[in-house]
Ligand binder design. Sequence first.
Ligand SMILES: Nc1ncnc2c1ncn2[C@@H]1O[C@H](COP(=O)(O)OP(=O)(O)O)[C@@H](O)[C@H]1O
Ligand SMILES: [Mg+2]
Length: 254
Amino acid sequence: MHHSDAVILRVYELTKEFDGIVAVDHVSFAISRGEIVGLLGANGAGKTTTLQLILGLIRPTSGRIEIFGQDLECHRIEILRRMNFSSVGVNLPPNLTVWENLWLFAQLYAVPHAEERIAAVLDLLEIAHLRNARTGRLSSGEMTRVNLCKALLNDPELLLLDEPTASLDPNIADKVRRLLRQIQRERQIAMLYTSHNMRDIEEVCDRILFLHRGRIIAEGSPREILRHFRTRTLEEVFIRIARSGEILVGPEER
Ligand SMILES: Nc1ncnc2c1ncn2[C@@H]1O[C@H](COP(=O)(O)OP(=O)(O)O)[C@@H](O)[C@H]1O
Ligand SMILES: [Mg+2]
């Protein structure tokens, strides 16, 4: 793996079963500071479950998660303070305005200079004009951007993004991808990014983990994956894996 002291997240043999269904099956990987890693896979591959395990929302059946060099099970509160996530599934209280929602989260994370910070993230996502809109009235694309604001409020060192561009039009999706890249450059945040959008993954991620039925079956940079499969596009790789479950040994022996 990465022989660096800047490993932010390390997952060992992570397994999660839901009454007989193995959603995540002995998954191991690490993410270093400043790295954006894409977790790619078909619907039901285990992407969201993996993120929920790393967020401590659900407990693994077996295996271990280390974040910032500490065991998640034992140091959950300190760890969660230094990370954040964004997911389309998160519903914010619909009767509160964008500002009020972000204010609540700022209090929850004890964000210093909350007013300035909220104004800054609203500007960053180009939704300052929505500050007084009730979140229940927002379009899904606007909601996604509010969610990203929420995810950046506490200046996280590890950011988990579950299909962050899923409901965005191509223009906004492109802006969000650039923004994530910019944040990565400026802040050196480590990100784990799930998607089934190849465009997303190719443009944003330094490294890809391909999940198939809960198992990592391919790993490498977008370029390495294309070379290995002898294809021009990740889309072809995706379709081949989804249909056959073909096993790829990554650039590092697994
Ligand atoms: N709470 C749950 N109870 C039972 N099965 C679940 C639960 N959450 C996820 N699963 C199952 O685990 C598998 C992986 O789901 P998920 O992680 O949501 O996939 P993805 O995000 O890649 O689409 C699926 O078969 C799904 O039905
Ligand atoms: Mg999912």
